[in-house]
Design a protein around this ligand. Structure first.
Ligand SMILES: *Cc1c(COP(=O)(O)O)cnc(C)c1O
Length: 381
């Protein structure tokens, strides 16, 4: 069976992990900072904070931006639930901005309209779906005009660029979040990171990552009691990444550009091989260079007699497990109970009717890709 995504772990990665297992520190050791520095340098950001996963990264990013009860967070309906749940963790209201029908990212025009209509969020979380950047310049200009913070959910987009900036540089945002889940561009098993150029945000992020505890005398409310002393000055969490994970991530960074280059090749091959099929292949905004986390096609319902259920089943019978990214978040029962209903975000809902995800990962061979396309031709004919 060919699945939609899969990690690539080589001998150097394994050596890096083993060396931590043989060292003095499995957690809170030197590997975390090395991994953080490497990702920050690659992306061109000043600060990076490694955490347990992108979900906790989004949570502490929202906390650092002071999201709280009575505030509102906006994100895209076409994303993983975590992009919205981070707002709920902080007791905030969540709302959505419909997607652009070409890029499937949050539509900056829809965002502008919604802001002009009078409501104003505290935080907007644009999601770089599939690895293609949102229209960050416009979102950033709106953020300045209307006074909201921007947290990029770049879980798909490590290694991607936007207008000569790397995603993660936070050129057009306050913070950027990456995921290192095994299906993502690089992996640490489970893992995530928040990047920022803002020192005050960085200090808050490190505090929230580790219980709200500080050992810095300058941050304390009174002089230290002695060398054992620390103070809890905020309510934080234990969201620390282990050194075992950080070593894997640090080693995976060696091949980040190689991973992305192969993903590009495969995406380009899909574009060519699928051109004659009744499918809409992904469109790219020329300002962006995607990291191609996933390759999403949309079925042309006028030229396909089969339902999506049938297509999934028949592809599975041919050894290919299709996937769908994503079920619109506002249609999840949890969000429906908060008042959202079908019809609220029509472009996202039409996308959901038509879209499915083809396998795409570094180790996928041309021969496997030919098999996938061959199977799809049979199923769609
Ligand atoms: C994977 C993903 C997340 C969550 O990442 P974890 O590291 O699994 O917590 C959040 N948002 C998006 C868009 C994702 O794809």
């Amino acid at each position: 069976m060919i699945y939609y995504g899969k990690q690539s772990v080589n001998e150097s990665d394994i050596e890096a992990v083993i060396s931590v297992l043989r060292s003095d520190f499995l957690t809170q050791g030197p590997k975390i900072e090395q991994f953080e520095q490497r990702v920050a340098e690659y992306c061109g950001a000043k600060y990076a904070v490694a955490v347990t996963n992108a979900t906790s990264a989004l949570h502490i990013a929202c906390k650092a931006a002071n999201l709280s009860h009575g505030d509102t967070l906006w994100t895209s309906p076409i994303t993983f639930v975590a992009s919205a749940n981070c707002g709920r963790y902080c007791g905030a209201k969540v709302d959505f901005v419909d997607i652009d029908d070409n890029t499937y990212d949050m539509s900056a025009d829809e965002l502008e309209k919604k802001l002009a209509a009078g409501s104003s969020p505290k935080i907007v979380v644009p999601v770089h779906l599939c690895g293609q950047s949102c229209d960050m310049e416009k979102i950033n200009a709106l953020a300045k005009k209307y006074g909201f913070a921007v947290i990029e959910d770049a879980s798909h987009a490590l290694g991607a660029t936007y207008k000569d900036t790397r995603i993660g540089s936070c050129t057009f945002s306050d913070m950027t979040v990456f995921s290192f889940h095994p299906v993502k561009i690089i992996t640490t098993g489970e893992g995530g990171m928040v990047l920022t150029n803002n020192k005050a945000l960085y200090e808050k992020l490190t505090l929230y990552r580790s219980h709200g505890i500080t050992r810095n005398p300058e941050k304390m409310t009174k002089p230290s009691d002695g060398p054992w002393y620390y103070q809890q000055i905020e309510l934080g969490y234990n969201y620390r990444m282990t050194d075992i994970q950080a070593a894997l991530g640090w080693s995976q960074m060696d091949r980040l550009d190689t991973f992305v280059a192969r993903r590009h090749q495969l995406a380009q091959r899909y574009d060519e091989l699928l051109a004659a099929l009744p499918l809409r292949t992904p469109k790219q905004n020329p300002d962006t260079n995607s990291s191609w986390h996933i390759y999403v096609v949309r079925m042309d319902k006028n030229h396909t007699k089969k339902s999506k259920q049938q297509i999934f089943e028949e592809m599975k019978a041919r050894g290919v497990q299709l996937n769908l990214h994503y079920i619109p978040v506002h249609l999840q029962p949890y969000y429906q109970a908060l008042g959202f209903k079908a019809g609220d975000f029509p472009v996202s809902e039409r996308y959901y009717e038509e879209a499915f995800t083809l396998p795409l990962y570094y180790n996928l061979t041309d021969a496997q890709q030919d098999e996938i396309v061959g199977a799809l031709k049979e199923v769609l004919s």
